[in-house]
Design a protein around this ligand. Structure first.
Ligand SMILES: Nc1nc2c(ncn2[C@@H]2O[C@H](COP(=O)(O)OP(=O)(O)O)[C@@H](O)[C@H]2O)c(=O)[nH]1
Ligand SMILES: [Mg+2]
Length: 367
């Protein structure tokens, strides 16, 4: 490879190494979470809702209380832990027995109220500086009950009362917020706020990883996902350039098809448009039409033949020196840069299309 070229003040070789290192760090990052609460409180359902995938069995009556997991999606893992302070798991040994120090954060779940032992747990987490988030699940049921028992009460009043009751009980302890959540309406209430707050308290690379794997429950998460998808495009385009140069049959140009397709696959997954995410969405009746249209949507980014067709379509539009504009490199324009530039161009097309699709789903969910 010619090394007269420079990117952002460093040699092209150094730039490639830097980008590869960042990409590896992202791919290898792990986030480990504990979901703590009574059986039936909705822990397994919440894990699925956070991932936007059906990873845990839900609604199963557990006869033996135990730690279960990991429930994992690409490096982000959840453990489902029984409540603190039962006969089987006394509070004195709970933190050690559940190895709570090994988690990045803890979510404490209830479908009604909290107990003395929960307060103990929150205090202990504060002592060891572990973020603990308090979640009240099944808030849709609380609203239905509230409206049934007091027909004059508005949804807002029911929510405020629910929150007030929990806050009142938790005033003596320090925690990372109380979130009212319904797995039936994942883009309503506090799920998005919970996920963003969790991400803000993670280190940079863990934050990227977490955002990449979670459900798009509001616009801000969608925006954060776009930023990561753009990074994937940058990393992949550099890889494609560095991997060099397998001429694509029928084109007088080289690009790395393998890198392009694996980049597209990652982007689809980040935007929740892969098969597993779509299966999860099928549960929400309002989305039937959108779900059908997405099924055809993914193919154009994943099939070799269709990607080559796009390459053919875009090459004339970005031919020659314009690549240099698209890929910030000064120096010699080589086939390396063309391969990188093409990958970046196609990746940007994928990101833009996926963002539009994901937005449509979010809009449908919010209706
Ligand atoms: N209406 C409603 N039901 C929920 C919600 N979350 C969980 N459930 C239901 O509550 C039951 C127990 O949930 P599950 O996640 O298995 O609880 P776990 O034992 O804590 O893992 C299941 O039938 C879920 O469908 C929610 O937010 N709203
Ligand atoms: Mg469960």
């Amino acid at each position: 490879m010619e090394n007269t070229a420079e990117v952002k003040g460093i040699s092209f070789e150094e730039y490639i190494l830097k980008m590869k290192r960042e990409f590896d760090e992202f791919n290898n990052a792990t986030v480990k979470c504990a979901m703590i609460g009574q059986s039936g409180s909705g822990k397994s359902t919440l894990i699925n809702t956070i991932f936007g995938e059906n990873i845990c069995n839900t609604g199963t009556v557990e006869t033996t209380l135990k730690k279960s997991g990991p429930f994992e999606k690409d490096g982000v893992s959840f453990f489902d832990l029984p409540g603190c302070g039962t006969v089987k798991f006394p509070k004195e040994t709970y933190i050690e027995e559940m190895d709570l120090k090994s988690f990045d954060f803890i979510i404490l779940v209830t479908a009604n109220r909290f107990y003395e032992n929960d307060l103990f747990l929150i205090q202990e987490m504060d002592k060891i500086k572990k973020p603990i988030y308090i979640v009240r699940t099944k808030i849709d049921q609380a609203i239905n009950e509230g409206e049934f028992n007091h027909p004059k009460k508005s949804e807002y009043e029911v929510l405020s009362e629910c929150l007030y009751d929990l806050e009142k009980y938790l005033t003596t302890v320090s925690h990372f917020g109380i979130y009212l959540i319904s797995a039936r309406q994942p883009s309503k209430f506090d799920l998005g706020k919970l996920l963003l707050n969790i991400s803000k308290n993670l280190t940079n690379v863990k934050k990227q990883k977490f955002i990449a794997e979670i459900f798009i429950s509001n616009e801000e998460i969608l925006k954060a996902k776009r930023e990561i998808a753009e990074k994937i495009v940058n990393w992949s385009s550099v890889l494609s350039g560095a991997n060099g140069l397998n001429p694509i049959p029928g084109l007088d140009i080289a690009a790395d098809l393998g890198v392009i397709i694996s980049m597209n696959k990652k982007i689809l997954k980040i935007f929740g448009l892969d098969e597993d995410s779509i299966k999860f969405l099928e549960k929400f009746g309002t989305l039937a039409g959108t779900v059908l249209s997405i099924k055809g949507f993914a193919a154009q980014f994943l099939s070799k033949e269709l990607v080559v067709l796009s390459l053919k379509k875009y090459i004339p539009q970005i031919a020659g020196k314009q690549f240099a504009k698209f890929f910030p490199i000064v120096g010699q324009i080589t086939s390396v840069i063309i391969s990188a530039g093409l990958t970046k161009y196609l990746g940007t097309v994928t990101v833009n299309s996926c963002e539009i699709q994901a937005k449509e789903i979010l809009n449908d969910l919010t209706k």
